[in-house]
Write a new protein. Structure first.
Length: 241
């Protein structure tokens, strides 16, 4: 059984379409699921295009799973309430802070220079510009997906909590103690959220966030059992633990 996975997209529509091209070139069939591990929006130039493209693919029957990332949840929260603060976000940050990159997402909907203008008028424009269907779709995205010997999540899991009892805050935001935990979690945990130079297999987890938001590549991988390969224009490249 093959499962494909794509790392954090962050508004990079061209890279997303190229990643799907690599998956097609690998011979993916209608029974092979493609999982996107979240963070569709923020920082990159075309978050709206990414959402439109993924929604259209799913509506057309493509075997695509799209998971919710912390940035996706922050965007939904901001559209619903200009003062919303996600419980996972540092107290000194906000959705429009440059480190978060929400301004780039709003610009893709035509709301320009959001971080440099008064919040009230910006939020009023957002209500007119962001389609309710986009917000509803993002809000309803799942936070986990299990298939074969892998569990796909955005950020990771709390290693001290049973898999069945994991809460969304952990699945969307966790770094430590997950990243340094060497224990076998049962399934291979496939995740993004924490940028690495290239997709990396740690034995108990596979990190596929290679920094597309910061000029890095958008990784597309194929997983068979607990083995993984990076998809490249030259074909599969093993990702060894």
């Amino acid at each position: 059984m093959r499962t494909y996975a794509i790392g954090d997209i962050h508004g990079q529509l061209g890279k997303l379409q190229a990643a799907h091209g690599l998956i097609a070139a690998d011979g993916a069939g209608p029974e092979d699921v493609i999982v996107h591990v979240g963070d569709l929006v923020d920082r990159g130039p075309d978050s709206r295009g990414v959402i439109d493209w993924l929604m259209a693919g799913q509506a057309g029957g493509a075997p695509w799973v799209v998971l919710k990332g912390n940035h996706d949840r922050m965007f939904v929260g901001f559209v619903g309430d200009a003062g919303h603060v996600d419980p996972g976000l540092r107290a000194d940050l906000s959705y429009l802070h440059p480190k978060i990159g929400g301004g780039a997402t709003l610009a893709s909907y035509g709301v320009l220079n959001a971080a440099d203008r008064p919040l009230g008028p910006v939020w009023a424009e957002v209500q007119e510009a962001v389609p309710p269907a986009h917000v509803a779709w993002l809000a309803e995205l799942p936070s986990r997906f299990a298939r074969d010997e892998a569990l796909f999540v955005h950020a990771g899991i709390d290693p001290d909590v049973a898999l069945a009892e994991q809460v969304e805050d952990a699945l969307l935001w966790i770094r430590e103690p997950f990243l340094s935990d060497k224990r076998d979690h049962g399934p291979l945990i496939v995740h993004g959220h924490t940028v690495v130079e290239q997709a990396t297999h740690y034995g108990n987890r596979l990190n596929i966030d290679s920094g597309a938001a910061y000029g890095g590549p958008l990784s597309a991988v194929v997983i068979e059992g607990r083995e993984a390969w990076l998809l490249t224009p030259a074909g599969r490249q093993p990702i060894l633990p």
